[in-house]
Design a protein around this ligand. Structure first.
Ligand SMILES: Cc1cc2nc3c(=O)[nH]c(=O)nc-3n(C[C@H](O)[C@H](O)[C@H](O)COP(=O)(O)OP(=O)(O)OC[C@H]3O[C@@H](n4cnc5c(N)ncnc54)[C@H](O)[C@@H]3O)c2cc1C
Ligand SMILES: NC(=O)c1ccc[n+]([C@@H]2O[C@H](COP(=O)([O-])OP(=O)(O)OC[C@H]3O[C@@H](n4cnc5c(N)ncnc54)[C@H](O)[C@@H]3O)[C@@H](O)[C@H]2O)c1
Length: 460
C-alpha cells in the first residue's frame, strides 16, 4: 500500500509510533480488525530484536553451544574435532535478517492494510503524530489514538575517552565477520554474559567487566556465583566490582580498570539501555519529557488517546513483554473486555550455557516487599540428571515462597535447558499454585525439572 505523501496531513484510526516487536504486532492486529492503521518507524520495521538483539545473538549462542558440546563429547562419546568457523555464523545472521532489510516485516503489515511511514515521529498533541523525513513533515491524526513503542538504544557511558573510540555496541557486534583475538566486554548483564561466552567459545581471549559486585546482579547471588565459575573455567577473565576509568584507541583499545590497563583488539559495551523518549513529544500530551519510562495503567493507557508498550514502560525489557502489552493495548483500543496486565510472573532467560532463567521476585526483592520469605535451593550437579548429563552440568534451582500464603512468588533455574525448566515455575507463580500441591505432584525421573522437587523439599 502506498505511503502517504510526505508533506501531507492524513486521518486514520490509529498511529503506531515505533514498530518494535510490540508495535508491529499491535499494528497488524488492529488492521486485521478493520481499523485504518499507520505505522511509523525511522529505522528498520521490526525493531531491535530481529536485527540487533534476540535473533542474531541467539544465532551466535546456538553454534557456540555446539562447539562446547563437541568438546564435551571427548569425555562421553569419543574423540571429536571441530574447527570453529565464524563465517557460518555471520552468514546465518545475514540470511535471517535479509541483510538488514525489513521487507519480511513490512509485507505482512502492508498485506493487512497498514500504511508505513518512514521517518522520525513525535507526538504533537493527543492523537496527533508529526513525522519528519528529509525536511518534509507528515501530520497523522488518529481518531482512536496512538500506540507508542519507541524502544531503547544502547546507554552511553560517561567513561572518559570512550566516545572517541570505535567501540562496539550490540549494533556493530551483530554484523562482524571475524572474531577478535582479544575482546573486552563491559557489562555483565544478559547481553554481556551471552556474548562473552560466545566469543570465548570461538577462541577470543575475553575479559568481562562488571561494575556491580557480581555478574548478573539482578539475579540470585547463587546463580551469579555458579555462572562466574562456569565462565572462568571456560577462560573468561571475569572481573566484578570494577570501575572502567578511561578508554583510548590507537588501533588497539587500552582500557584502564582500577588502575590496570587492559589491551584489546575490540571493545564491546553492553552496559544497559536508554529509552527512546527524549524526542517524542511527551510534553504535548501532558507527560514528563525527561522521564526514563512512560507510566501506564493495566490497559497500557498512558495519557489521553495514548497507549505505551514495550521497553519504554519499564515493565521488563523483553520481546515477550512488548508482545504481551501489545495484545492488551489492542484489546483496549478495540473496546474488548479483558484482564488487566499482570507482571507478577514475568520470566526472563539469559541464554548462557547453562541457561539462567528466572520468574517473579528474587529472595531479596521478596524480603524488600515485606513478605515472610522461605527459600529452597537445590544444586543441579547433585541431581540424578545432572550427574548423568556429565560435563557441562552445573547450576542451581532456587524457589522463593511467600510463607504466609504458601505460594511461590519467584524462582531461578540455572541449568542446561533452564529456559525450558522455568516453564512450570512460571505457571506456579502465575496461577499461585499452593506449595503443598507442588510438593505432592509427580516429577519424572531423571529430568532436570525434578530438581524443583528437591528445592521445594528444602524450603525453610
Ligand atoms: C543484544 C540483545 C539481545 C536481546 N535478547 C533478547 C532475548 O533473547 N529475549 C528477549 O525477550 N529480549 C531480548 N532483548 C530485548 C528485546 O530486543 C527488546 O525487549 C524488544 O526489542 C522489545 O522492544 P520494543 O518493542 O520496546 O521496541 P524496539 O525493538 O526497541 O523497537 C523500537 C522501534 O521504534 C523505532 N523508533 C524509535 N523512536 C522512534 C521515533 N521517534 N520515530 C520513529 N521510530 C522510532 C525504532 O527505529 C525501532 O524500530 C535483547 C536485546 C538486545 C539489545
Ligand atoms: N536473553 C534475554 O532475554 C536478553 C539478552 C540480552 C538483553 N536482553 C535485554 O536487553 C536489555 C539490555 O541488556 P544489557 O545486558 O545490555 O543491560 P542490563 O542493564 O541488563 O545490564 C547491564 C550491566 O552492565 C553493568 N554496567 C553498567 N555500567 C557499567 C560500567 N560503567 N562498567 C561495567 N559495568 C557496567 C550493569 O551493572 C549491569 O549489570 C536488558 O534489559 C534485557 O532485558 C535480554
Amino acid at each position: 500500500m502506498a505511503e502517504p505523501d510526505a508533506g501531507s496531513t492524513r486521518d486514520c484510526d490509529v498511529v503506531v509510533l515505533g514498530l518494535g516487536p510490540g508495535g508491529e504486532h499491535a499494528a497488524l492486529k488492529l488492521a486485521e480488525a478493520g481499523l485504518d492503521v499507520v505505522g511509523v518507524d525511522e529505522a528498520l520495521v521490526g525493531g531491535e530484536c530481529p536485527f540487533w538483539g534476540c535473533t542474531p545473538s541467539k544465532l551466535m549462542v546456538r553454534p557456540a553451544d555446539l562447539l562446547a558440546e563437541v568438546h564435551r563429547a571427548d569425555r562421553l562419546a569419543g574423540a571429536s574435532r571441530v574447527t570453529p568457523d565464524w563465517s557460518l555464523v555471520a552468514a546465518r545472521i545475514r540470511e535471517a535478517n535479509h541483510d538488514w532489510t525489513d521487507s519480511q516485516h513490512v509485507e505482512p503489515l502492508e498485506h493487512a492494510g497498514v500504511r508505513i511511514v518512514r521517518g522520525h515521529g513525535r507526538l504533537a498533541g493527543p492523537g496527533v503524530v508529526r513525522v519528519e523525513r528529509e525536511g518534509l513533515a507528515t501530520v497523522l491524526r488518529a481518531r482512536r489514538g496512538v500506540v507508542l513503542n519507541t524502544g531503547t538504544s544502547p546507554a552511553r557511558l560517561p567513561i572518559p575517552g570512550l566516545a572517541e573510540t570505535p567501540y562496539w555496541t550490540n549494533r556493530e557486534v551483530m554484523t562482524i565477520t571475524e572474531v577478535p583475538q582479544r575482546l573486552v566486554v563491559v557489562g555483565g548483564g544478559p547481553n554481556g554474559l551471552e556474548l562473552a561466552q560466545v566469543f570465548a567459545r570461538y577462541g577470543a581471549q575475553v575479559t568481562l567487566l562488571e561494575a556491580a559486585s557480581r555478574i548478573a546482579p539482578h539475579d540470585e547471588p547463587e546463580a551469579s556465583q555458579a555462572l562466574t565459575a562456569v565462565l572462568s573455567d571456560e577462560g573468561v577473565d571475569v572481573r566484578a566490582g570494577v570501575e572502567v576509568e578511561r578508554v583510548d584507541h590507537d588501533g588497539t583499545f587500552h582500557v584502564v580498570v582500577d588502575g590496570e590497563t587492559l589491551h584489546a583488539d575490540e571493545l564491546l559495551v553492553v552496559a544497559g539501555r536508554s529509552t527512546n523518549l527524549a524526542d517524542v513529544g511527551l510534553e504535548t500530551v501532558g507527560l514528563d519529557p525527561g522521564a526514563a519510562t512512560v507510566e501506564i495503567d493495566e490497559h497500557m493507557r498512558a495519557a489521553d488517546r495514548l497507549w505505551a508498550i514495550g521497553d519504554i514502560t519499564g515493565k521488563g525489557a523483553y520481546t515477550h513483554v512488548s508482545r504481551y502489552q501489545a495484545a492488551g493495548a489492542v484489546a483496549d483500543l478495540l473496546g474488548r473486555d479483558g484482564p488487566g496486565a499482570d507482571y507478577r510472573a514475568v520470566s526472563r532467560v539469559t541464554f548462557t550455557d547453562p541457561e539462567l532463567a528466572s520468574v517473579g521476585m528474587s529472595e531479596d526483592q521478596a524480603r524488600a516487599a515485606g513478605l515472610d520469605v522461605r527459600v529452597g535451593l537445590a544444586h543441579v550437579e547433585r541431581s540424578a540428571r545432572g550427574w548423568l548429563h556429565g560435563p557441562g552440568t552445573t547450576g542451581i534451582i532456587k524457589v522463593v515462597e511467600d510463607a504466609d500464603r504458601g505460594v511461590l512468588v519467584g524462582a531461578t533455574v540455572l541449568a542446561p535447558y533452564g529456559g525450558e525448566v522455568i516453564g512450570m515455575l512460571v505457571t506456579a507463580v502465575h496461577a499461585e499454585v499452593p506449595v503443598e500441591r507442588l510438593r505432592t505432584m509427580h516429577y519424572a525421573y531423571p529430568t532436570f525439572h525434578r530438581g524443583i522437587e528437591a528445592a521445594l523439599k528444602r524450603l525453610g
